[in-house]
Design a protein around this ligand. Structure first.
Ligand SMILES: [Zn+2]
Length: 237
């Protein structure tokens, strides 16, 4: 029902404003024919921003995706058929993109070095946390993870986004490292995020074009979350 403008490639992740038409309205939300707003999911928060139309403006306070993509508004609701302009809170969204790409790198490093999987993650615009299992980490290990992640980032690797069939992906990635085994079987075509020569995994999130946009990973916190489950929190400097 809604065309998602940031799905098809990497450049589309940088769409900050777009034109769309309202195709459905209800008490406090609208559905658009297309959108560049990210709907909450996969550990990445919803985008926020503005919808503007001839004679009106509302805040987009949250975007959700349960069957249909709903833009929850604060302010007036534009009537069905209205042409609107969507404007993203770009600083926040760009923060999510940087944190998300960094997460793929941190998760890849941890898998390669410790054999642990990423079993949970939550991104914010200024920090992110990753839950790892099975693993035990001391201070030295955290320094090692930082160093390995920063070595990869400093190579200024290109990040690309494209669609791949499950069959091709299965033949080219480790199903546990990429969490491909968690994607429901019936999904045949997968959106893939590829950090050049380091990490390929299915993901519907938004990402930067090149690791040089990330800065440096700094792990600021480690929490033990149960048997061999560790949560690390990082920022980007
Ligand atoms: Zn992801």
């Amino acid at each position: 029902m809604t065309e998602i403008l940031y799905m098809k490639d990497n450049d589309s992740n940088y769409i900050k404003e777009f034109e769309a038409r309202v195709v459905k309205t209800k008490d406090n939300y609208v559905v658009l024919d297309k959108t560049a707003f990210y709907a909450i999911g996969g550990g990445q928060p919803s985008d926020t921003g503005l919808l503007r139309w001839n004679g009106g403006e509302s805040k987009v306070i949250e975007v959700t995706k349960k069957g249909i993509i709903k833009h929850h508004l604060e302010g007036g609701i534009p009537p069905d058929g209205t042409e609107v302009k969507g404007i993203l809170d770009w600083d926040k969204r760009y923060g999510h993109m940087r944190m998300h790409t960094a997460q793929h790198i941190v998760s890849g490093v941890v898998f390669d070095e410790f054999g642990a999987r990423t079993v949970g993650n939550q991104l914010y615009h200024d920090k992110a946390r990753v839950d790892l299992h099975p693993i035990k980490l001391d201070e030295e290990d955290l320094t090692k993870i930082e160093k390995m992640a920063n070595d990869i980032i400093s190579q200024e690797l290109e990040v690309s986004i494209y669609t791949e069939t499950r069959a091709i992906l299965l033949s080219s990635v480790d199903v546990e490292r990429s969490n491909l085994d968690l994607i429901p079987e019936h999904i045949e075509n997968l959106r893939v995020v590829n950090v050049k020569d380091f990490d390929i995994c299915p993901c519907a999130g938004t990402h930067v074009r090149n690791t040089k946009e990330l800065g440096k990973v700094n792990i600021i916190k480690k929490d033990n979350k149960g048997k061999e489950r560790v949560r690390i929190t990082y920022v980007l400097e």
